[in-house]
Design a binder for this molecule. Structure first.
Ligand code: FE2
Ligand code: FE2
Length: 431
């Protein structure tokens, strides 16, 4: 799935008047939808050529600017063997970076591990999260569910942020969904679109797209662009989810990464009702397993839910879930920004667990042997905030006595949907 808008006209030549160094900085990897290639992006003060060298090969890339005094470069390492380590460096053919190493993700491996965060910035708590990400040597990827650097129009803040993340981003790709803070005063989404090459930027803008990994089909959608029925994004989402749902044998789990949450019991923003009205049914129809959002700066997990009604309380004291009841929605807005500490009382029935005033990151592991996806919220103090597992298929009651599904829920579903629709609130949540 790729966004349909062309960015061609937005790619600007760099002015010849730029001064300073051609030493590469802000080096970071990005994925395309081809697992045998990886894009590397970097910035320099002065414009110059873009060259990447890896494993004895080399390729020329593209250089471009936007309304900021740095030149950006992007080059593709191709014909890579997934799972085999690559050594690379970037430069202009004369000035080179140091050498870095990464291992291209094998999307057919029997294990895949990634870290998910949202609402990040550069506070001391965010630096703690960065440290934890760097220390985690088994994560193959980082996803950010929006609100990334909080540059908010100050372009040097992005430069500093990318330099801060280099130790991780030169080794594993960070793949992103846009948040409201990527829509910057005076710049719109231009800085985001030029600094992250999530989907072959020359042709498309990286606002909605999907990627396959071992066991997981991952969809990055934008809550900051039109997602209503009839929009380009809705059509792309529908086509993508439908194809992914037909491919469960190969990739049993579907995960959506998006900024604003359709379920949040935080009093600051709360549930994004317009989003829920637009896409919840689509997610239900195609059995999305997990949605990881941010925007409210706290942690929350729902039960598998549809139209505000919990569809299952899982097994093993609510830590094990099967598939097909409804997505579990996560708000993971706790990677470094000021916590929003007020929550709605009483806790809604759909909310399984919530926690304010802590910081951390989510680690998600797909294991081919058990065909399961295990999720752990790690706090920065190295304690665990929450943990659960989704396994392929429906939980077997006979094998698991603690399994408790709400009695008769399956048969009541159409009725509940009708009641739910009648009571669906229509308030617009302002940011
Ligand atoms: Fe935020
Ligand atoms: Fe936000």
């Amino acid at each position: 799935m790729a966004a349909s808008q062309s960015i061609g006209e937005a790619l600007q030549e760099c002015p010849g008047t730029m001064t300073g160094s051609t030493e590469p900085s802000q080096i970071h990897l990005q994925l395309t939808d081809n697992p045998s290639e990886v894009v590397v992006m970097w910035a320099t003060e002065r414009r110059g050529n873009a060259v990447v060298e890896w494993n004895g090969q080399s390729a020329d890339g593209d250089s471009y600017c936007y309304n900021h005094d740095m030149a950006f470069h992007m080059a593709t390492m191709s014909d890579l063997t997934p799972g085999e380590e690559v050594t690379y460096r970037v430069g202009d053919g004369g000035d080179w970076s140091q050498e870095y190493k990464f291992t291209p993700i094998d999307i057919d491996a029997n294990r895949f591990e990634w870290i998910a965060i949202a609402d990040y910035g550069d506070s001391s708590e965010a630096v703690d999260v960065s440290g934890a990400i760097i220390a985690d040597t088994t994560a193959q990827l980082v996803t950010i569910s929006g609100d990334i650097s909080y540059a908010d129009g100050e372009q040097s803040a992005w430069d500093d942020w990318f330099v801060d993340q280099e130790a991780s981003m030169t080794r594993i790709p960070w793949v992103t969904a846009v948040g409201n803070h990527e829509n910057e005063p005076g710049y719109g989404f231009t800085p985001y679109a030029h600094r992250f090459d999530a989907d072959e930027m020359k042709e498309t803008e990286p606002f909605w797209y999907s990627r396959d990994f071992a066991g997981v089909h991952m969809v990055f959608m934008s809550t900051e662009h039109d997602y209503d029925l009839g929009s380009a994004q809705y059509a792309a989402l529908e086509a993508d989810l439908s194809a992914a749902n037909a491919n469960r044998e190969e990739r049993p789990f579907i995960v959506v990464i998006a900024h604003k949450p359709m379920y949040s019991s935080n009093s600051y923003h709360g549930s994004e009702m317009a989003l829920r009205e637009a896409v919840e049914e689509l997610y239900q129809t195609h059995s999305v397993d997990l949605v990881i959002a941010g925007h409210d700066h706290f942690y929350e997990r729902t039960w598998p839910v549809f139209q505000e009604e919990p569809q299952s309380f899982g097994g093993e004291d609510g830590t094990l879930f099967g598939q097909g009841f409804g997505p579990i929605h996560i708000v993971a807005g706790n990677a470094g920004r000021t916590p929003y500490t007020e929550v709605d009382e009483p806790q809604p029935a759909w909310s399984a667990y919530r926690e304010v005033d802590t910081f951390g990151y989510m680690k998600i592991i797909y294991d081919e042997e058990t065909r399961s996806l295990s999720f752990t919220f790690h706090r920065t103090d190295e304690t665990i905030g929450d943990q659960f597992t989704i396994q392929e298929g429906v939980l077997n009651e006979k094998e698991d006595d603690t399994f408790q599904l709400i009695p008769g829920f399956g048969t009541l579903l159409p009725l509940i949907s009708l009641i739910g629709a009648a009571f669906l609130r229509r308030d617009v949540v302002l940011d």
